[in-house]
Design a protein. Sequence first.
Length: 94
Amino acid sequence: MSSVILITNDREQQKVLRHALRDSPVKVAAECSDLNSAIEAFKNAPSALTIVDLFIPGSSGIEVVKSLKRINEKGIFLLLSRVRTRSMIEKAFL
């Protein structure tokens, strides 16, 4: 069974993601709301996919992905956001 790590402090977003994955063959391996817990979960709960919110307290989803890629450069990440500004979207792809 594949697993996923959810990294968001938005409780509603966590609920929606858990619901979307509920009937899939994907297991939620960990849920994190900040950079430190994300790093710990990423090290301890290998996953096929890591879903990251753009806005993380004390950091950003972009910084979270950069930190996790230093641990495993082959990790697969999905960055989520409600942002509509072009500059923030462009930063996510650099």
